[in-house]
Design a protein around this ligand. Structure first.
Ligand SMILES: Cc1ncc(COP(=O)(O)O)c(C=O)c1O
Length: 389
């Protein structure tokens, strides 16, 4: 067989895919599986957003946009930052990308050379490592626990910065933990990164999905330094995972270089998706998204109340996203095996900690509350029966 590029050996795949395949087989055999493993909301794209996409197609808006994206959509995002967060972000700093994933690819290519180190939390979103490997950069995963809300902090940046380190990637709210980085901590972290001439890359893909406090954006910290990059997406809050649309906010002086990369990598994000996304900012859509956010919050509260009684503890209350990062060490010392058992014996699919890093991975599972309250109730009942509580 042909020898593939060496980097393939460093690219990891998701362990949960094995479980998803097994779940599919069980479903084919007629078993009822409750899916709490998927990282996407169970809500469909709002009808008015779908209609805007269909209208665009019927009107023949099916050719490339410019690499930076539709000017009207870039402006709509700028207006959203102004109206919702009170933060001024000129549309000229916003690039439309194929999902936040497209933005991840662009930024790592823009900023990092082979051999450069980048700080990340362990646990964290695993694809970041693989995007870094693609450009030959070195993920420096820092073990974090409940004491820092599973997030990097200014202190950790100070402690772990090495001569070859060039930046830090953070996500707030985080996948898999749903925890936030408080804005004061984000500012302190940015100061540490700035002092070392690095870049702070903030993934805000879940940032409108918060339950206790108004959402905040790291873009409020943008200053004359050209160090802060923020990515976001229409996937999660806007319920458009399959449309593959996201965005990136960069310092103005780097937009031209990013445009050059985008022109080469993908030419432009989906035109139809961009026209549909314009409707995602209408008052009607936002009202629906907010209703859905409240529903997600109710599901979170239900699980936070019920799971500890089953020996599944949540050491740090997640304030955002739709994930609970659960400590199952009272039940098992092998969370992957537990995931298998929960799937086969209870028909409940969840994600093992090993998919998000190595630090205490055997101790944790991620539960996504991307199923109705009734299904969550059923999942909890099944787990309770399984572990005899
Ligand atoms: C933290 C984080 N960043 C980025 C992504 C990529 O999302 P998308 O490409 O759908 O915008 C995901 C997807 O789950 C994620 O959890």
């Amino acid at each position: 067989m042909r020898k593939l590029a060496d980097r393939l050996e460093r690219i990891t795949s998701f362990h949960v895919m094995v479980l998803m395949e097994q779940a599919q087989q069980l479903e084919q055999q007629g078993r009822d599986i409750i899916h709490l493993e998927v990282g996407e909301p169970d809500f469909a794209t709002p009808q008015n957003v779908v209609a805007a996409g269909v209208d665009a197609m019927q009107a023949g808006k099916t050719r490339y946009t410019t690499a930076l994206g539709l000017p009207a959509l870039r402006q709509a995002i700028a207006d959203f930052y102004q109206s919702r967060f009170g933060v001024e972000v000129p549309a000229s700093r916003i690039l439309i990308t194929p999902g936040a994933s497209g933005a991840l690819g662009l930024l790592n290519t823009l900023l990092f050379n082979p051999g450069d180190g980048v700080l990340l939390s362990d646990p964290g979103y695993p694809c970041n490592d693989n995007f870094l490997h693609q450009v030959g950069a070195l993920p420096q995963r820092i073990a974090v626990g409940a004491e820092s809300a599973y997030q990097l902090s200014a202190e950790l940046v100070r402690q772990h910065w090495q001569p070859h380190t060039r930046g830090a990637w953070v996500a707030s709210p985080s996948n898999p933990t749903g925890t936030l980085i408080p804005m004061a901590e984000m500012a302190a972290m940015k100061a540490e990164v700035d002092a070392r001439g690095g870049a702070l890359l903030v993934d805000e893909i879940y940032h409108n999905l918060v339950y206790e406090q108004p959402p905040a954006t790291a873009l409020a910290l943008a200053d004359e330094q050209d160090s802060l990059f923020v990515i976001n997406s229409f996937s999660k809050y806007f319920n458009m995972t399959g449309w593959r649309l996201g965005w990136l906010v960069a310092p103005q002086q780097h937009v031209a270089a990013l445009e050059k990369l985008a022109q080469n990598y993908y030419l432009a994000a989906s035109t139809v998706a961009q026209h549909a996304a314009l409707a995602a900012f209408s008052a009607q859509s936002i009202a629906l998204y907010e209703e859905r956010r409240i529903i997600l919050g109710q599901r979170r509260d239900f699980l936070l109340e019920r799971l500890p009684g089953l020996g599944i503890s949540i050491p740090c209350t997640p304030q955002g996203a739709f994930y609970l990062y659960c400590d199952v060490s009272a039940i098992t010392d092998d969370s992957f095996a537990l995931c298998q058992q929960l799937l086969h014996r209870c028909g409940v699919a969840v994600t093992p900690g090993i998919d998000f890093g190595v630090h205490q991975a055997q101790r944790y599972i991620r539960i996504a509350y991307s199923a109705s309250l009734e299904r969550l109730q059923e999942a909890v009942d099944r787990i309770a029966r399984f572990i005899g509580r």
